[in-house]
Design a protein around this ligand. Sequence first.
Ligand SMILES: NC(=O)C1=CN([C@@H]2O[C@H](COP(=O)(O)OP(=O)(O)OC[C@H]3O[C@@H](n4cnc5c(N)ncnc54)[C@H](O)[C@@H]3O)[C@@H](O)[C@H]2O)C=CC1
Ligand SMILES: O=C(CO)COP(=O)(O)O
Length: 346
Amino acid sequence: MHIAVIGAGSWGTALAGMLGQKYNNVILWVRSEALAQELARTRQNSRYLPGYLLPSAVEVTYNLNRAVTGAQVIVIVTPSHSVRQLAAQIGSIVLREPVQPFIVSAAKGFELNTLKRMSEVIQEEIPVSTDKIVALSGPNHAEEVAASQPTATVVASISRKSCEYIQNVFMSPQFRVYTNPDIIGVELGGSLKNIIALGCGVADGLGLGDNAKAALMTRGLAEITRLGTAMGASPHTFAGLSGLGDLIATCTSRHSRNRRAGVLLASGKTKDEILTETSMVVEGIRATSAAFQIAQKLHVEMPITKQIYQALYDEKSPKDAVMELMTRGKTHEIEDVAADNTFSKE
Ligand SMILES: NC(=O)C1=CN([C@@H]2O[C@H](COP(=O)(O)OP(=O)(O)OC[C@H]3O[C@@H](n4cnc5c(N)ncnc54)[C@H](O)[C@@H]3O)[C@@H](O)[C@H]2O)C=CC1
Ligand SMILES: O=C(CO)COP(=O)(O)O
């Protein structure tokens, strides 16, 4: 089994390492020649996953052609803003292949100018049938996967066969993989929870307490579900690992870059200052802009996303954003109640 892992940030390195314990032909593609050389020599990715040793079965290269040619499975795991360009390069190689590979998308985000999900971007650039495109998402911090701590995830595709194939590829006693036919919901859960994690970081930074964080996560999930269903996802998916599961992990974890960025926002840093001082990707910053625009187009109410958008992009004070959320117009917790008037008594 030849597997190509494209992107050697924290998540790509952890996934390549995990697959390298199971298969002997895993190739990790690294963008920078210097990092490729360091990784090949020391077996450590000191910048993105320090302290973790890549198994010897993982080959490291910065030659994309070498990584991808002949691969049965290609895992794309770079920040969302770079996926189209890389997918186009991969597409031109895959075009020449006699057998179509599976393409696994492990990035969590949107393309900003088109507001598309990663599997849509990949489909446009890589000439494989939609069946062969699978999203992998869940509560999966790279640091814990690299440490072989028990982790569960979801693979989603329109094809049951593809889901089950990729489930088998990744499954191990440390990494439990579930399948889900709702690729829209699985991708949206992973991308939208980053916005709420920014909010939980703000709550942590302002010292707002556990009640506030629980409220943010719960009402955050309500608005994620509202937008997701308007975009064609199943509401049930958001109650699963790639929805609620990833939301809890990211909003509460010391590993989360999005939550940490929220703490910085609460301390008075601007979006640009946060981006300058963070070497790792903070997907939630772009996802907030994408979700805000999609919500406006689809007329979906997303009050938390709106406040985080204003704090990031209009430099609204995080304290004012909290006050505005707390003093919004009164509403029902469950929308059907408002629509159907299901109270048993007036
Ligand atoms: N770190 C984690 O625990 C997890 C991350 N993810 C997702 O995986 C994706 C990648 O995240 P990480 O590995 O954490 O990122 P990272 O911040 O650790 O590293 C980013 C990597 O992408 C490379 N890169 C940046 N711009 C690039 C470009 N234009 N072309 C090619 N490569 C480029 C960098 O050189 C670096 O190797 C993100 O969408 C993230 O949300 C998903 C699950 C877990
Ligand atoms: O998606 C993740 C865990 O599932 C990683 O979250 P952060 O990007 O916030 O670190």
